[in-house]
Design a binder for this molecule. Structure first.
Ligand SMILES: NC(=O)c1ccc[n+]([C@@H]2O[C@H](COP(=O)([O-])OP(=O)(O)OC[C@H]3O[C@@H](n4cnc5c(N)ncnc54)[C@H](O)[C@@H]3O)[C@@H](O)[C@H]2O)c1
Ligand SMILES: [Zn+2]
Length: 429
């Protein structure tokens, strides 16, 4: 086809009149005439993407050169213009952060400049449920003359990074964007990837783009102010990626539950670095960084998680919902004959050991038609991905496997198993 189109193109160049139809065609001419009417030229180019994912302690300590260096990755010797957004959860828990940032900019004034004082934006899902913050950020980018060689820097959890990342990706068709993830989840998962977005019409992540960031700067000291609930919930994404890709990491997580629960700094950093590296490897080498196919291995455990978040009005947070989704799909994998029986116990024990729930009553709530509402999550998952339904399950620990059908009855059996397990644990206590 390609060769053919090239020859059509060459034909048209050597004989331009052939591209125009003649008034009177003989029947035997029609086929070749039609072929001449249509010519296809294939446009083809590839753009290599690369961006640094750095790990540091104390990003805004004046002696820490990381941020300044990241602004000059292209060796542009000038005073770089930056617009900074901070998650209000971080700003409230770390009241001196704004001042520390301003002092950092003052200390490096020849290389960087704040176009206005750092702006505090609502943290958590609040920023994603309506487009107002995205529009406000785009207006600010316009008003302050932030161009495509300036930087929009977002400091916050996955939700703030998603929303501000979307604003940066769409203003001027893409302003340089630096992510400074401030939760365990965003440092080991969402922050290192290529997606952004907000919810729209009640559908999670409906509006968004694939836009690789300029840089990702993981500052582990930012996590110190994160509350226990979020700090634990984010580990679910590390469990997820270990389960589909890396058995040794899963074994390590099992062996380090107590340290992880106690936020032992070394264990937490190892978990985050390895989780981030696995997510990065999947994006770079999984063959589909912009998710054009139907499969999405990194969304193991997510079809039900996204639905559960919506059904509970985000009272169940993303990482918590992912833990439940992992437990559900692990049990389902056993019932489907894919995962050896008993392996799902190791998985739920790890999640429970970390203090994560594996069941929520909304999993069995019916719709007005009497169907379990959670099952609509499968249809929505398929719609979001496009193409045929593709769900990642497990054929072993560290081994994801894609399937194209999910049996509703088996889903409900898996949920019943999770409920029975949680009920018996509650009785035992
Ligand atoms: N783009 C992607 O590829 C991708 C992947 C996974 C998840 N996500 C999205 O990420 C979001 C979840 O992100 P999350 O788990 O990071 O949580 P989050 O962004 O919802 O933040 C949770 C809470 O923690 C607060 N907070 C954040 N950092 C803090 C800190 N250092 N100290 C004190 N409080 C802090 C926030 O204000 C918020 O109240 C969801 O919207 C999810 O859809 C995106
Ligand atoms: Zn997730």
């Amino acid at each position: 086809m390609h060769t053919n189109s090239v020859s059509l193109f060459e034909d048209a160049l050597s004989n331009p009149t052939a591209a125009f139809p003649s008034q009177h065609l003989r029947a035997e001419d029609e086929v070749s005439e039609n072929t001449r009417l249509t010519s296809i030229q294939w446009q083809r180019f590839s753009v290599p993407f690369e961006y640094p994912v750095a790990f540091t302690h104390g990003l805004f300590r004046q002696q820490n050169p990381l941020l300044v260096e990241m602004l000059s990755l292209h060796k542009e010797e000038k005073q770089h213009r930056c617009l900074i957004y901070i998650d209000d959860g971080v700003a409230t828990a770390q009241p001196d952060l704004v001042e520390r940032i301003q002092n950092y900019f003052k200390a490096h004034a020849s290389r960087m400049k704040l176009v206005e004082p750092p702006q505090v934006v609502p943290g958590g899902e609040q920023i994603k449920i309506c487009p107002s913050q995205v529009i406000a950020a785009q207006k600010a980018i316009h008003r302050l003359g932030v161009d495509r060689h300036s930087y929009v820097i977002a400091i916050g959890g996955g939700a703030v990074l998603d929303a501000i990342g979307f604003a940066a990706a769409t203003a001027h068709r893409g302003v340089r964007h630096i992510r400074v993830p401030s939760t365990v989840l965003s440092q080991n998962d969402s922050g290192v990837g290529v997606k952004n977005g907000i919810n729209f019409n009640g559908v999670k992540n409906f509006m968004g783009t694939f836009a690789p960031p300029w840089a990702v700067l993981n500052d582990l000291t930012l996590l110190e102010s994160l509350d226990r609930r979020e700090r634990i919930a984010g580990i679910a994404e590390a469990v997820k990626v270990a389960l589909i890709r890396d058995k040794a990491f899963f074994d390590w997580l099992e062996a380090n539950v107590e340290k992880l629960k106690a936020f032992d700094p070394e264990a937490e950093e190892t978990m985050i670095r390895r989780g981030a590296a696995l997510h990065m490897r999947q994006i770079a080498h999984g063959g589909d960084p912009f998710e054009q196919g139907s499969g999405r291995p990194l969304d193991f455990g997510h079809w039900s998680a996204h639905k559960l978040e919506a059904l509970t009005g985000h009272e169940v947070h993303h990482g918590e919902a992912v833990a439940i989704g992992i437990a559900l799909d692990a049990r389902y994998s056993v019932l489907a004959g894919l995962l050896p029986p008993g392996e799902e116990l190791r998985i739920v024990e790890l999640l429970e050991g970390l203090g994560l729930r594996i069941f929520h009553p909304q999993l069995i709530e019916p719709t007005s038609e009497g169907e379990p509402a959670i099952l609509a999550g499968l249809r929505e998952f398929q719609e979001h991905l496009g193409g045929e339904l593709t769900v990642t399950l497990l054929s072993g620990i560290g081994q994801g496997i894609e399937v194209n059908t999910i049996d509703d009855k088996r889903v409900m059996e898996s949920i019943a198993w999770l409920q029975a397990r949680e009920d018996s644990d509650a009785t035992a206590q």
